[in-house]
Design a protein around this ligand. Structure first.
Ligand SMILES: Nc1ncnc2c1ncn2[C@@H]1O[C@H](COP(=O)(O)OP(=O)(O)OP(=O)(O)O)[C@@H](O)[C@H]1O
Length: 277
């Protein structure tokens, strides 16, 4: 993956169909019109994400991480002159075809539905039959470690369990691209690390191209192949750092000196222009 200066990044028309690149962000910036005038959320940025990659976006509050994710999901449009292609398709089309899995910070489960019913909800939204998918839905329940809780309501689950339901729900349409916006932000450190290990397992089992927004430097380094460091005012990409650690990454990595060295390196990058993760 690489970030190129906008001027050097001329996208040939055929590139969207390149099977090795899942996501192309081409000079995509975002300005919001507000009552108090325009808010420049994101400078035009370029980004390419290869198929199956795990990419973490990290940066201070307000640097445009969620805006970028929402543009990739087709929930916001880039400003004129910018474009985003997911597997060669417009993001909105891609999402409507069920190819995009999305899990955001507040798991936003439907409280009156059971775990299983929450997980298969996106299939119903897409108008797809649920019954033929029963075995696959059950395997998702097991993948996220919730066997035995199929009938439980969200109110009966811990925060970590609710997040796991949200991740299973994001995977139920068998998406080729997964967008996670601070999915573990509300969890304590111990649970968060458990969820990091679990997410790596889920990602490894499915090789779903994943974009994770996080404030956790250690979370980014543990999970990602590549960390995109962003800066605010205006929101932009400051640096792209590859993570060299072999997979599967074990929990012991969290205490390895080379892990801490890379976290320190990221901290310097984050703070180099006054940002706070
Ligand atoms: N719908 C909107 N209308 C107006 N301004 C917006 C809107 N959405 C985001 N912004 C502004 O755009 C900027 C980037 O916001 P964004 O939520 O993408 O940042 P972020 O990096 O995800 O922040 P955080 O880490 O706090 O979640 C902020 O200045 C924010 O106030």
């Amino acid at each position: 993956m690489n970030a190129l200066p906008a001027r050097d990044f001329d996208l040939p028309p055929s590139q969207g169909a390149d099977r090795t690149v899942d996501l192309i962000v081409d000079r995509a910036g975002k300005t919001f019109e507000t009552a108090r005038g325009p808010v420049r959320a994101l400078e035009p940025i370029d980004l390419k994400v290869p198929r199956g990659a795990f990419v973490a976006l990290i940066g201070p509050s307000g640097c445009g991480k969620s805006t970028l994710l929402r543009m990739v999901a087709g929930l916001e449009q880039p400003d004129d002159g910018g474009a985003i292609l997911v597997r060669g398709k417009h993001p909105e089309q891609f999402r409507k075809e069920g190819e995009l899995g999305i899990a955001f910070q507040d798991a936003a489960l439907l409280p009156w539905r059971s775990v299983t019913e929450n997980i298969f909800f996106p299939l119903q939204i897409l108008g797809r039959p649920v019954r033929p998918e029963a075995a696959r839905i059950q395997s998702l329940v097991e993948l996220v470690g919730l066997k035995g809780y199929e009938a439980a309501r969200p109110g009966q689950l811990s925060g970590g369990m609710r997040q796991r339901v949200a991740i299973a729900r994001a995977l139920v349409t068998d998406p080729s691209v997964l967008l996670l916006d601070e999915p573990f932000g509300a969890l304590d450190q111990i649970l968060r690390r458990q969820m990091n290990v679990e997410l790596q397992r889920i990602w490894a089992a499915r090789q779903t191209t994943t974009l994770l927004v996080t404030h956790g430097i250690d979370e980014a380094v543990f999970l990602a192949d590549t960390v995109v460091v962003m800066q605010a005012q205006p929101g932009r990409i400051a640096e792209i750092i590859d993570v060299p650690f072999a997979r599967p990454r074990l929990p012991s990595l969290f205490s390895a000196p080379e892990f801490h060295a890379l976290c320190d390196r990221l901290t310097v990058s984050l703070h180099s222009e006054g940002g706070h993760p």
